[in-house]
Design a protein. Structure first.
Length: 88
């Protein structure tokens, strides 16, 4: 089986998720808006999935723009299990 890895930003509110999406779009990052994974929180909401190469720059951009996030997570799918680690 193939191991997969993704990075996800979880926001304080939908308002901040939309602001984060706009910021990253304007800066030219490649990302996807996704429902917040249940492994992170059971509340509904939007998150942004992005490439690990952009981690530091995206985190800095969010702080500089005062976009409130709950956290940044690394999610690894290993076989049939998902391992979630908060990294920011």
């Amino acid at each position: 089986m193939k191991n997969e890895e993704m990075y996800v930003i979880v926001f304080e509110s939908t308002h901040y998720a939309i602001a984060g999406e706009s910021l990253l779009k304007n800066k030219g990052y490649k990302f996807n808006v996704i429902p917040t994974p249940r492994e992170i929180t059971h509340s509904c909401g939007l998150s942004i999935k992005f490439n690990s190469d952009d981690l530091e720059n995206i985190e800095e951009n969010m702080k500089y723009a005062n976009i409130l996030i709950k956290g940044i997570y690394k999610i690894q799918k290993i076989a049939t299990n998902k391992v979630v680690e908060q990294i920011g």
